[in-house]
Design a protein around this ligand. Structure first.
Ligand SMILES: Cc1cc2nc3c(=O)[nH]c(=O)nc-3n(C[C@H](O)[C@H](O)[C@H](O)COP(=O)(O)O)c2cc1C
Length: 199
């Protein structure tokens, strides 16, 4: 589930929330999963991965991750990202282009304190995306961290939130006979220019 906090009242946000509710009502599984593509400028490669979108706070879309992970260094060197969502329950794809940055430490702290001990133990014990001898080693690090944790453990500085603010949205809704509807909102200065694309 995504938490909406003081959601922006502009058109693409209202449209998103209404589609989200429709997909939720139709029982969409994994509704918070979004694909984030970023640019690796060392290898000149684009890389994509799913993350769980936790909040939309006004116009900031927020997820959490490891600040030492490959995606983190990619966001650092190239802050433009592409986001992709597909909700099969309503046959809808949402594409976004956005700029990404870290959330405030306070926001990350608050979210971290609201998570389960197990989730936090994993966040602390994992050197995300680094190679390790075996899966047993992963489990060992996790269990050792979990056992050593007190209830009020502080958020490690290598883990926290990312916030992206879209400047482009495309809502694609599939219809019979391929009469698919493609509705674009693109930010121009402080306005959203709206147009339709051919399928
Ligand atoms: C549905 C789904 C949700 C995920 N959510 C997150 C997430 O919220 N944060 C995260 O760091 N990784 C998440 N992952 C794992 C990432 O896809 C990825 O494996 C990991 O972040 C390492 O990515 P990187 O090497 O590009 O930095 C999720 C994976 C899936 C399949």
């Amino acid at each position: 589930m995504i938490k909406f906090l003081n959601l922006n009242s502009e058109k693409p946000y209202i449209h998103f929330q209404s589609l989200y509710q429709e997909a939720l009502d139709k029982g969409q599984k994994g509704i918070e999963a979004i694909s984030v593509s970023s640019y690796n400028d060392v290898k000149s490669e684009v890389e994509a991965r799913y993350v769980n979108l936790k909040y939309i706070a006004n116009n900031e879309w927020i997820f959490f991750s490891n600040y030492h992970s490959p995606k983190a260094s990619q966001f650092e060197s190239h802050s433009q990202v592409s986001i992709l969502i597909y909700w099969a329950s309503i046959n809808t794809q949402i594409r976004m282009k956005a700029k990404i940055c870290k959330t405030s430490a306070e926001f990350s702290d608050e979210h971290f304190q609201g998570r389960t001990k197990e989730k936090n133990a994993l966040a602390i014990s994992s050197n995300q995306s680094h190679t390790i001898e075996s899966f047993d080693e992963v489990a060992k690090n996790f269990n050792e961290t979990l056992e050593s944790m007190t209830s009020q453990i502080a958020r490690p500085n290598f883990w926290g939130g990312y916030s992206f603010t879209p400047y482009y949205f495309e809502f694609w809704q599939g219809h019979e006979n391929r009469l698919n509807k493609r509705h674009v909102f693109e930010q121009q200065d402080s306005e959203w220019a709206e147009r339709f694309l051919q399928p």
